[in-house]
Design a protein around this ligand. Structure first.
Ligand code: FES
Ligand SMILES: [Fe+2]
Length: 425
């Protein structure tokens, strides 16, 4: 007798359909041109966190190939964060060469024009030799910039259709208040992958692959049904963004969302159960227990996290349109960007944030997690370039998605809706 598979996630989103999804958007150069024009040059893009530029004059430069732009993000004397194009008003030299630093003013290295931290033009050598030059009219070109929960976003559209709050809050209002500001230490990697940005992001928006790609690393951390499936607890799809909630195995080191910060019986059980199968992981957790500078009880988290209220909730995947993956647990979070460099090339900027660890054991735990999560990331990356090459053979025109790959379908759907929508006159 055929087994009856209950499909339920897709049933709530009939507009997304259940049919095959075309792969042309992953390989077509004209499609990518439209993504650049209609998405990356028009929407809010995550570029960093406020803790990166704590003092007046602290800045970083973000080169955004998908927007054909280089953007200076700087904190001014009033404490505001400003973003402006890295283009001198005189003869267009880049104002800042360094990727991050501290400045009282920005001086162009070509002819010495000076700009303050708000981008105002304040000094022009041999000013009297110019013709009717009014410095007020020739500051650096400002870019829309705003902050949500400590995340800095910019928008290249001179008149953004939505404010950042209007963009974020329909899907993410109920996770506001997550202690991002207390989870500020950690590590980062970046790498260039030869695949389309959507193909890279897709590999992070479902747990269907975990039993296979991560079979030897973290598969034991995810809650598994009797048939071996790893069904998500729930999924939410909005106009732009999407979310997936995942249940874990609290007896594993990786699968215990309160490991290190909360400790207690669950952590002791994770250590005991991992002692044989994953002795180094168990040792790292034992060494790190009680070391975090902050503790976060699941009950104190914003209600939008673990929105199903499941006892074994492990983490939520949040995908902020278009390319920002934000995975949240009580004791750490991951902020990954899959930023296109071209149609078939993607820059992955991966950051993992933890609370500061105040003991040597805590530092050891952090070091262990750095390597463990790097291995997981390498496993995720291991399929991407092969998949891209295989898509480009043109042998298959469509991909087939199961119910638990709803977020992949939603991602394709939203991008396609925007790429193909009629430009309003
Ligand atoms: S190009 Fe910047 S001062 Fe001339
Ligand atoms: Fe993965």
């Amino acid at each position: 007798m055929n087994k009856v598979i209950k499909l339920h996630l897709h049933d709530r989103y009939p507009e997304l359909g259940k049919g095959p999804v075309p792969v042309e958007p992953y390989i077509s150069a004209p499609y990518f041109d439209k993504e650049q024009a209609k998405i990356f040059k028009k929407t809010w893009l995550h570029v960093g966190r406020v803790e990166e530029i704590p003092k007046a004059g602290d800045y970083f430069v973000k080169d955004l190939e998908a927007c054909e732009a280089s953007i200076i993000v700087v904190r001014d004397k009033a404490g505001c964060i400003n973003a402006m194009h890295n283009v001198c008003s005189h003869r267009m030299n880049q104002i800042v060469y360094e990727k991050r630093g501290q400045a009282r003013k920005f001086f162009c290295k070509f002819h010495g024009w000076a700009y303050d931290l708000e981008g105002k033009l304040t000094g022009v050598p041999e000013e009297e030799s110019f013709f009717d030059l009014d410095k007020c009219d020739h500051g650096l070109t400002r870019v829309a910039c705003d902050v949500w929960q400590g995340f800095i976003f910019i928008n290249l559209d001179p008149n953004p259709a939505l404010s950042l709050a209007e963009f974020m809050q329909p899907m993410f209002r109920d996770i506001e208040g997550y202690p991002f500001d207390k989870i500020t230490t950690g590590f980062q990697w970046s790498t260039v992958v030869n695949c389309n940005w959507k193909l890279a992001l897709d590999a992070f928006q479902e747990a269907y692959h975990v039993a296979y790609v991560h079979g030897r690393s973290i598969a034991d951390a995810i809650d598994t049904a009797a048939d071996g499936a790893m069904p998500p607890l729930d999924a939410l799809c909005g106009e732009f963004h999407r979310r997936l909630s995942i249940a874990g195995n609290p007896k594993s080191v990786y699968g215990n969302p309160n490991a290190v910060t909360a400790g207690g019986a669950a952590a002791q059980q994770a250590i005991a159960d991992s002692a044989t199968a994953k002795p180094i992981a168990a040792a790292a957790l034992r060494a790190g227990l009680g070391s975090a500078t902050h503790q976060f009880r699941k009950e104190d988290l914003p209600k939008g996290m673990n929105w199903t209220g499941h006892d074994n909730w492990l983490f939520d995947i949040n995908v902020v349109f278009p390319d920002f993956y934000l995975s949240l647990r009580p004791n750490y979070f991951q902020a990954y960007n899959f930023r296109p460099l071209s149609q078939g090339k993607t820059l992955l900027e991966a950051r993992v944030y933890y609370p500061e660890m105040k003991t040597a054991g805590g530092r050891f735990y952090l070091e262990y997690m750095k390597v463990a999560l790097r291995d997981v990331l390498l496993e995720d990356l291991s399929t991407l370039e092969r998949t891209q090459s295989a898509v480009q053979t043109g042998v298959k025109k469509e991909m087939l998605l199961q119910d638990f790959e709803l977020l992949v379908r939603h991602g394709a759907h939203v991008v396609d809706r925007i790429v193909n929508e009629e430009t309003k006159a």
